[in-house]
Ligand binder design. Structure first.
Ligand SMILES: NC(=O)c1ccc[n+]([C@@H]2O[C@H](COP(=O)([O-])OP(=O)(O)OC[C@H]3O[C@@H](n4cnc5c(N)ncnc54)[C@H](O)[C@@H]3O)[C@@H](O)[C@H]2O)c1
Ligand SMILES: O=c1ccn([C@@H]2O[C@H](COP(=O)(O)OP(=O)(O)O[C@H]3O[C@H](CO)[C@H](O)[C@H](O)[C@H]3O)[C@@H](O)[C@H]2O)c(=O)[nH]1
Length: 328
Protein backbone atom coordinates (compact mmCIF):
# COMPACT_ATOMS: atom_id res chain seq x y z
CA UNK A 1 0.00 0.00 0.00
CA UNK A 2 1.01 3.63 -0.46
CA UNK A 3 1.27 5.76 2.66
CA UNK A 4 1.91 9.48 2.88
CA UNK A 5 4.58 9.98 5.56
CA UNK A 6 4.69 13.57 6.76
CA UNK A 7 8.06 14.32 8.35
CA UNK A 8 9.50 11.23 6.62
CA UNK A 9 12.90 12.95 6.22
CA UNK A 10 13.27 13.22 10.00
CA UNK A 11 14.65 10.81 12.59
CA UNK A 12 11.70 8.56 13.42
CA UNK A 13 9.98 9.16 10.06
CA UNK A 14 12.94 7.89 8.01
CA UNK A 15 13.27 4.73 10.12
CA UNK A 16 9.54 4.15 9.64
CA UNK A 17 9.89 4.54 5.86
CA UNK A 18 12.51 1.80 5.93
CA UNK A 19 10.23 -0.48 7.96
CA UNK A 20 7.26 0.24 5.67
CA UNK A 21 9.32 -0.67 2.59
CA UNK A 22 10.53 -3.86 4.29
CA UNK A 23 6.86 -4.82 4.73
CA UNK A 24 6.13 -4.26 1.04
CA UNK A 25 4.60 -0.77 1.28
CA UNK A 26 5.54 2.44 -0.52
CA UNK A 27 6.25 5.42 1.75
CA UNK A 28 5.78 8.84 0.11
CA UNK A 29 7.69 11.34 2.21
CA UNK A 30 6.11 14.79 2.51
CA UNK A 31 8.53 17.06 4.34
CA UNK A 32 9.41 20.75 4.21
CA UNK A 33 13.03 19.86 5.12
CA UNK A 34 13.14 22.46 7.88
CA UNK A 35 14.72 19.77 10.06
CA UNK A 36 14.68 16.73 7.76
CA UNK A 37 17.47 15.46 5.52
CA UNK A 38 17.13 14.46 1.85
CA UNK A 39 19.80 11.76 2.46
CA UNK A 40 17.45 10.05 4.92
CA UNK A 41 14.76 9.52 2.26
CA UNK A 42 15.83 6.26 0.64
CA UNK A 43 12.78 4.00 0.48
CA UNK A 44 10.32 6.01 -1.63
CA UNK A 45 9.83 9.41 -3.24
CA UNK A 46 10.51 12.71 -1.47
CA UNK A 47 7.94 15.44 -2.06
CA UNK A 48 9.01 18.74 -0.58
CA UNK A 49 6.10 20.61 0.98
CA UNK A 50 4.60 22.04 4.13
CA UNK A 51 1.55 20.42 5.74
CA UNK A 52 0.05 23.90 6.11
CA UNK A 53 0.18 24.34 2.30
CA UNK A 54 -3.14 22.87 1.26
CA UNK A 55 -2.52 23.31 -2.47
CA UNK A 56 0.73 21.35 -2.31
CA UNK A 57 -0.89 18.62 -0.18
CA UNK A 58 -3.71 18.31 -2.75
CA UNK A 59 -1.18 17.97 -5.58
CA UNK A 60 0.80 15.22 -3.86
CA UNK A 61 -2.33 13.34 -2.75
CA UNK A 62 -3.76 13.50 -6.28
CA UNK A 63 -0.49 12.26 -7.72
CA UNK A 64 0.01 9.25 -5.40
CA UNK A 65 -3.51 8.47 -4.09
CA UNK A 66 -2.22 7.18 -0.72
CA UNK A 67 -4.38 4.72 1.25
CA UNK A 68 -3.36 6.25 4.60
CA UNK A 69 -1.16 8.78 6.36
CA UNK A 70 1.56 8.48 9.00
CA UNK A 71 2.00 11.91 10.53
CA UNK A 72 5.38 12.81 12.09
CA UNK A 73 5.74 16.41 10.88
CA UNK A 74 5.98 18.69 13.91
CA UNK A 75 8.32 20.79 15.98
CA UNK A 76 9.56 18.88 19.02
CA UNK A 77 11.78 21.10 21.19
CA UNK A 78 10.13 21.26 24.60
CA UNK A 79 12.16 24.27 25.81
CA UNK A 80 11.51 26.27 22.65
CA UNK A 81 7.79 25.55 22.96
CA UNK A 82 7.74 27.31 26.33
CA UNK A 83 9.49 30.39 24.89
CA UNK A 84 7.54 30.48 21.60
CA UNK A 85 4.24 28.62 22.01
CA UNK A 86 2.70 30.28 18.91
CA UNK A 87 5.27 28.51 16.71
CA UNK A 88 4.18 25.15 18.19
CA UNK A 89 0.45 25.69 18.04
CA UNK A 90 0.72 26.98 14.45
CA UNK A 91 2.83 24.09 13.13
CA UNK A 92 1.75 21.16 15.28
CA UNK A 93 -1.93 22.00 15.66
CA UNK A 94 -2.61 24.27 12.63
CA UNK A 95 -0.55 22.06 10.32
CA UNK A 96 -2.30 18.91 11.55
CA UNK A 97 -5.71 20.52 10.97
CA UNK A 98 -4.73 21.35 7.38
CA UNK A 99 -3.59 17.74 6.87
CA UNK A 100 -6.76 16.29 8.41
CA UNK A 101 -8.98 18.50 6.28
CA UNK A 102 -7.11 17.35 3.18
CA UNK A 103 -7.64 13.73 4.26
CA UNK A 104 -11.34 14.35 4.78
CA UNK A 105 -11.73 16.06 1.41
CA UNK A 106 -9.81 13.35 -0.47
CA UNK A 107 -11.49 10.49 1.39
CA UNK A 108 -8.30 9.11 3.00
CA UNK A 109 -9.65 7.20 6.02
CA UNK A 110 -6.56 6.18 8.06
CA UNK A 111 -3.93 8.06 10.05
CA UNK A 112 -1.26 7.09 12.58
CA UNK A 113 -0.12 10.08 14.63
CA UNK A 114 3.11 10.78 16.58
CA UNK A 115 2.06 11.68 20.07
CA UNK A 116 4.23 11.77 23.15
CA UNK A 117 4.57 10.81 26.78
CA UNK A 118 4.94 14.58 27.31
CA UNK A 119 1.13 14.69 26.99
CA UNK A 120 0.82 13.07 30.45
CA UNK A 121 2.62 15.81 32.40
CA UNK A 122 3.78 14.82 35.89
CA UNK A 123 2.76 11.17 36.34
CA UNK A 124 0.63 10.05 39.26
CA UNK A 125 1.51 6.42 38.60
CA UNK A 126 4.52 4.51 37.20
CA UNK A 127 4.50 2.79 34.75
CA UNK A 128 2.05 5.14 33.02
CA UNK A 129 -0.95 3.44 31.36
CA UNK A 130 -2.85 5.04 28.45
CA UNK A 131 -5.75 5.77 30.82
CA UNK A 132 -3.56 8.11 32.90
CA UNK A 133 -4.87 11.73 32.91
CA UNK A 134 -3.27 13.90 30.23
CA UNK A 135 -2.16 17.19 31.79
CA UNK A 136 0.85 18.39 29.79
CA UNK A 137 3.16 20.88 31.47
CA UNK A 138 4.50 22.53 28.31
CA UNK A 139 3.03 23.82 25.01
CA UNK A 140 4.72 21.03 23.01
CA UNK A 141 2.87 18.34 24.99
CA UNK A 142 -0.31 20.42 24.88
CA UNK A 143 -0.07 20.76 21.08
CA UNK A 144 0.13 16.97 20.73
CA UNK A 145 -2.82 16.46 23.09
CA UNK A 146 -4.88 18.94 21.04
CA UNK A 147 -4.23 16.88 17.91
CA UNK A 148 -5.27 13.70 19.74
CA UNK A 149 -8.51 15.49 20.58
CA UNK A 150 -9.00 16.63 16.96
CA UNK A 151 -8.50 13.03 15.85
CA UNK A 152 -11.25 11.88 18.20
CA UNK A 153 -13.65 14.46 16.76
CA UNK A 154 -12.66 13.69 13.15
CA UNK A 155 -13.31 10.01 13.86
CA UNK A 156 -16.79 10.72 15.13
CA UNK A 157 -17.77 13.30 12.53
CA UNK A 158 -15.97 12.20 9.34
CA UNK A 159 -15.10 8.55 10.01
CA UNK A 160 -11.32 9.07 9.83
CA UNK A 161 -9.81 6.15 11.79
CA UNK A 162 -6.70 6.96 13.78
CA UNK A 163 -4.16 5.64 16.23
CA UNK A 164 -2.07 8.01 18.32
CA UNK A 165 1.24 6.48 19.37
CA UNK A 166 2.59 8.07 22.55
CA UNK A 167 6.33 7.53 22.41
CA UNK A 168 8.58 7.66 25.40
CA UNK A 169 12.24 8.54 24.60
CA UNK A 170 13.20 7.56 21.07
CA UNK A 171 16.85 6.57 20.80
CA UNK A 172 19.35 4.49 18.82
CA UNK A 173 19.85 4.12 15.10
CA UNK A 174 19.10 1.74 12.26
CA UNK A 175 21.05 -1.48 13.10
CA UNK A 176 22.21 -1.65 9.43
CA UNK A 177 23.79 1.79 9.85
CA UNK A 178 21.89 3.29 6.89
CA UNK A 179 20.23 6.12 8.85
CA UNK A 180 20.33 7.52 12.37
CA UNK A 181 19.65 10.48 14.62
CA UNK A 182 20.78 13.84 13.20
CA UNK A 183 18.82 16.59 14.92
CA UNK A 184 20.17 20.12 14.52
CA UNK A 185 20.26 21.50 17.11
CA UNK A 186 20.59 18.29 19.13
CA UNK A 187 19.07 18.36 22.60
CA UNK A 188 18.59 14.65 23.31
CA UNK A 189 20.67 12.96 25.95
CA UNK A 190 22.16 9.94 24.15
CA UNK A 191 23.63 11.72 21.07
CA UNK A 192 25.04 14.43 23.34
CA UNK A 193 26.62 11.82 25.62
CA UNK A 194 28.18 10.13 22.56
CA UNK A 195 29.55 13.49 21.40
CA UNK A 196 31.22 13.81 24.79
CA UNK A 197 32.60 10.27 24.42
CA UNK A 198 34.10 11.06 21.00
CA UNK A 199 35.50 14.40 22.13
CA UNK A 200 33.20 16.46 19.89
CA UNK A 201 31.91 18.10 23.06
CA UNK A 202 34.06 18.72 26.14
CA UNK A 203 31.55 17.15 28.55
CA UNK A 204 27.92 16.24 29.16
CA UNK A 205 25.97 18.41 31.58
CA UNK A 206 23.57 16.50 33.82
CA UNK A 207 20.46 18.64 34.26
CA UNK A 208 20.01 18.26 38.02
CA UNK A 209 21.21 15.56 40.43
CA UNK A 210 18.87 16.47 43.28
CA UNK A 211 15.68 14.74 42.09
CA UNK A 212 13.82 12.29 44.28
CA UNK A 213 15.23 9.26 42.42
CA UNK A 214 17.80 6.67 43.59
CA UNK A 215 20.82 8.52 42.15
CA UNK A 216 19.23 11.98 42.04
CA UNK A 217 19.03 12.19 38.22
CA UNK A 218 15.93 11.95 36.01
CA UNK A 219 14.63 8.59 34.90
CA UNK A 220 13.38 7.92 31.34
CA UNK A 221 12.14 4.98 29.30
CA UNK A 222 14.35 4.70 26.19
CA UNK A 223 12.90 2.95 23.16
CA UNK A 224 14.79 1.95 20.04
CA UNK A 225 13.79 3.91 16.94
CA UNK A 226 13.48 0.73 14.84
CA UNK A 227 11.06 -0.73 17.41
CA UNK A 228 9.05 2.49 17.14
CA UNK A 229 9.15 2.20 13.35
CA UNK A 230 7.82 -1.37 13.47
CA UNK A 231 4.95 -0.24 15.71
CA UNK A 232 3.88 2.25 13.03
CA UNK A 233 3.75 -0.51 10.43
CA UNK A 234 1.61 -2.67 12.75
CA UNK A 235 -0.65 0.29 13.58
CA UNK A 236 -1.31 1.36 10.00
CA UNK A 237 -1.86 -2.26 8.93
CA UNK A 238 -4.31 -2.74 11.82
CA UNK A 239 -6.28 0.28 10.61
CA UNK A 240 -6.36 -0.75 6.96
CA UNK A 241 -7.44 -4.29 7.85
CA UNK A 242 -10.12 -3.07 10.30
CA UNK A 243 -8.71 -4.77 13.39
CA UNK A 244 -10.17 -3.58 16.70
CA UNK A 245 -7.77 -0.99 18.12
CA UNK A 246 -7.52 1.57 20.89
CA UNK A 247 -7.35 5.24 19.88
CA UNK A 248 -3.94 5.58 21.58
CA UNK A 249 -1.04 3.34 22.58
CA UNK A 250 2.09 3.91 24.65
CA UNK A 251 5.41 2.89 23.18
CA UNK A 252 8.18 2.29 25.69
CA UNK A 253 10.13 -0.59 27.20
CA UNK A 254 8.61 -0.30 30.66
CA UNK A 255 12.04 0.13 32.22
CA UNK A 256 13.51 3.34 33.57
CA UNK A 257 17.13 4.48 33.32
CA UNK A 258 18.60 7.50 35.04
CA UNK A 259 20.82 10.05 33.29
CA UNK A 260 23.74 8.55 35.22
CA UNK A 261 22.76 5.01 34.07
CA UNK A 262 22.84 6.23 30.47
CA UNK A 263 26.28 7.78 30.89
CA UNK A 264 27.66 4.63 32.58
CA UNK A 265 26.24 2.40 29.82
CA UNK A 266 27.68 4.72 27.15
CA UNK A 267 31.10 4.51 28.84
CA UNK A 268 30.89 0.70 28.74
CA UNK A 269 29.80 0.66 25.08
CA UNK A 270 32.33 3.22 23.82
CA UNK A 271 35.15 2.20 26.16
CA UNK A 272 35.78 5.92 26.73
CA UNK A 273 35.63 8.07 29.81
CA UNK A 274 32.83 10.62 29.51
CA UNK A 275 33.47 13.94 31.30
CA UNK A 276 30.43 15.04 33.32
CA UNK A 277 29.36 18.36 34.81
CA UNK A 278 26.38 18.79 37.10
CA UNK A 279 24.12 21.64 35.99
CA UNK A 280 20.80 23.10 37.06
CA UNK A 281 17.52 21.30 36.55
CA UNK A 282 15.99 21.89 33.09
CA UNK A 283 12.56 23.53 33.53
CA UNK A 284 9.68 21.25 32.60
CA UNK A 285 11.52 17.93 33.19
CA UNK A 286 9.39 15.41 35.12
CA UNK A 287 11.62 13.37 37.48
CA UNK A 288 10.45 9.99 36.20
CA UNK A 289 8.70 8.86 33.00
CA UNK A 290 8.22 5.15 32.34
CA UNK A 291 5.49 3.74 30.11
CA UNK A 292 3.26 0.71 30.24
CA UNK A 293 3.16 -0.58 26.65
CA UNK A 294 1.32 -3.83 27.36
CA UNK A 295 -1.77 -2.72 25.38
CA UNK A 296 0.01 -2.48 22.00
CA UNK A 297 1.79 -5.76 22.71
CA UNK A 298 -1.51 -7.45 23.37
CA UNK A 299 -3.63 -5.82 20.65
CA UNK A 300 -1.14 -5.55 17.79
CA UNK A 301 1.48 -8.12 18.74
CA UNK A 302 4.21 -5.47 18.98
CA UNK A 303 7.41 -6.77 20.55
CA UNK A 304 10.56 -4.69 20.88
CA UNK A 305 13.62 -6.26 19.26
CA UNK A 306 16.16 -3.89 20.87
CA UNK A 307 14.81 -3.41 24.38
CA UNK A 308 18.18 -3.43 26.07
CA UNK A 309 19.79 -0.03 26.79
CA UNK A 310 23.22 -1.39 25.79
CA UNK A 311 21.85 -2.45 22.38
CA UNK A 312 20.20 0.94 21.93
CA UNK A 313 23.42 2.80 22.69
CA UNK A 314 25.51 0.39 20.58
CA UNK A 315 23.46 1.15 17.46
CA UNK A 316 23.62 4.89 18.18
CA UNK A 317 27.41 4.68 18.68
CA UNK A 318 27.93 2.76 15.42
CA UNK A 319 26.01 5.46 13.56
CA UNK A 320 27.76 8.23 15.43
CA UNK A 321 31.21 6.94 14.53
CA UNK A 322 30.56 6.60 10.82
CA UNK A 323 29.14 10.10 10.43
CA UNK A 324 31.08 13.16 9.43
CA UNK A 325 28.11 14.88 11.09
CA UNK A 326 28.39 16.12 14.67
CA UNK A 327 25.67 17.48 16.93
CA UNK A 328 27.77 20.57 17.58
N1 LIG B 1 12.35 12.06 19.29
C1 LIG B 1 11.58 11.72 20.32
O1 LIG B 1 12.06 11.23 21.35
C2 LIG B 1 10.08 11.89 20.24
C3 LIG B 1 9.31 11.47 21.33
C4 LIG B 1 7.91 11.61 21.28
C5 LIG B 1 7.31 12.13 20.15
N2 LIG B 1 8.06 12.53 19.09
C6 LIG B 1 7.37 13.05 17.89
O2 LIG B 1 7.74 12.26 16.77
C7 LIG B 1 7.76 13.02 15.60
C8 LIG B 1 9.10 12.86 14.90
O3 LIG B 1 10.14 13.24 15.80
P1 LIG B 1 11.66 13.24 15.30
O4 LIG B 1 12.50 13.11 16.50
O5 LIG B 1 11.81 12.28 14.19
O6 LIG B 1 11.78 14.75 14.78
P2 LIG B 1 12.47 15.31 13.47
O7 LIG B 1 12.60 16.78 13.64
O8 LIG B 1 13.70 14.55 13.14
O9 LIG B 1 11.39 15.03 12.34
C9 LIG B 1 10.29 15.88 12.08
C10 LIG B 1 10.23 16.11 10.58
O10 LIG B 1 9.08 16.91 10.28
C11 LIG B 1 9.42 17.89 9.32
N3 LIG B 1 8.45 18.98 9.47
C12 LIG B 1 8.27 19.78 10.54
N4 LIG B 1 7.27 20.65 10.30
C13 LIG B 1 6.79 20.38 9.06
C14 LIG B 1 5.75 20.92 8.25
N5 LIG B 1 5.02 21.96 8.66
N6 LIG B 1 5.53 20.39 7.02
C15 LIG B 1 6.29 19.36 6.57
N7 LIG B 1 7.30 18.80 7.28
C16 LIG B 1 7.55 19.31 8.51
C17 LIG B 1 10.87 18.25 9.65
O11 LIG B 1 11.56 18.81 8.54
C18 LIG B 1 11.44 16.89 10.06
O12 LIG B 1 11.97 16.19 8.94
C19 LIG B 1 7.44 14.45 16.02
O13 LIG B 1 6.07 14.67 15.77
C20 LIG B 1 7.74 14.46 17.51
O14 LIG B 1 6.95 15.39 18.18
C21 LIG B 1 9.43 12.42 19.10
O1 LIG C 1 22.32 17.57 27.94
C1 LIG C 1 21.43 16.93 28.52
C2 LIG C 1 20.25 16.51 27.84
C3 LIG C 1 19.27 15.82 28.57
N1 LIG C 1 19.47 15.55 29.89
C4 LIG C 1 18.45 14.80 30.64
O2 LIG C 1 18.25 13.57 29.99
C5 LIG C 1 16.89 13.16 30.06
C6 LIG C 1 16.36 12.92 28.67
O3 LIG C 1 16.27 14.18 27.99
P1 LIG C 1 15.97 14.31 26.44
O4 LIG C 1 16.08 15.76 26.09
O5 LIG C 1 16.81 13.33 25.69
O6 LIG C 1 14.45 13.82 26.27
P2 LIG C 1 13.13 14.27 27.10
O7 LIG C 1 12.98 13.33 28.23
O8 LIG C 1 13.15 15.72 27.38
O9 LIG C 1 11.99 13.95 26.03
C7 LIG C 1 10.90 14.83 25.80
O10 LIG C 1 11.03 15.46 24.60
C8 LIG C 1 11.00 14.65 23.46
C9 LIG C 1 10.92 15.60 22.30
O11 LIG C 1 12.10 15.68 21.69
C10 LIG C 1 9.82 13.70 23.41
O12 LIG C 1 8.63 14.31 23.01
C11 LIG C 1 9.61 13.02 24.72
O13 LIG C 1 8.37 12.35 24.69
C12 LIG C 1 9.62 14.04 25.83
O14 LIG C 1 9.49 13.39 27.07
C13 LIG C 1 16.16 14.28 30.81
O15 LIG C 1 16.05 13.93 32.13
C14 LIG C 1 17.10 15.48 30.67
O16 LIG C 1 17.04 16.38 31.75
C15 LIG C 1 20.62 15.95 30.56
O17 LIG C 1 20.78 15.72 31.75
N2 LIG C 1 21.57 16.63 29.85
Amino acid sequence: MRFLVTGGAGYIGSHTCKALAASGHTPITFDNLVYGHPWAVRWGPLEKGDIADRERLDQVINQYQPEGVIHFAAYAYVGESVKDPAKYYRNNVGGSLSLLEAMRDHGIPYIVFSSTCASYGIPEQIPIPESHPQRPINPYGQSKLMVEQMLRDFRLAYGIQSISLRYFNAAGADPDGEIGEAHDPETHLIPLVLDAASGQRPHITIFGDDYDTPDGTCIRDYIHVSDLAQAHVLAVEALTTHQPVQPAYNLGNGQGFSVKDVIATAEAVTQKRIPVQIGARRPGDPPRLVGDASAIMQDLGWKPAYADLTQIIETAWRWHQQQPYSTQ
